[in-house]
Design a protein. Structure first.
Length: 117
């Protein structure tokens, strides 16, 4: 049974930083890409970033809106996925979801990020 639990959301001012974490329970394989998505109020859920599964190699991908501000990473031994967010903007306000295997895969419950101007 796959379980994903996010932590680290909160409220910050424009230009601030936050680091999200996602603890993953369950076995993953190298076809299981790890990612972050977000859903802003009144909008569709959108892709943020993704990278290969634990202990696996491959490309890291970012949405254009967060490239050069956000960094996705993982701690292999601890099965934790991270999202370091810097230079935050009000447009980054959303609920952030941890994901394995894309839209039809597994999801966490989300953690709320609020960026005030």
């Amino acid at each position: 049974q796959m379980q994903l639990v996010e932590n680290g959301g909160g409220s910050v001012q424009t230009g601030g930083s936050l680091k999200l974490s996602c603890a993953v329970t369950g076995r993953t394989t190298c076809t299981d890409r790890l990612g972050w998505y977000r859903q802003a109020p009144g909008k569709e859920r959108e892709f943020v970033a993704a990278l290969p599964g634990f202990w696996c190699s491959g490309a890291t991908v970012y949405a254009d809106s967060v490239r050069d501000r956000f960094t996705i990473s993982r701690a292999h031994a601890e099965n934790i996925l991270y999202l370091q967010m810097t230079i935050l903007k009000p447009a980054d306000t959303a609920i952030y979801y941890c994901n394995i295997k894309g839209q039809s895969g597994y999801w966490g419950r989300g953690t709320k990020v609020t960026v005030s101007s």
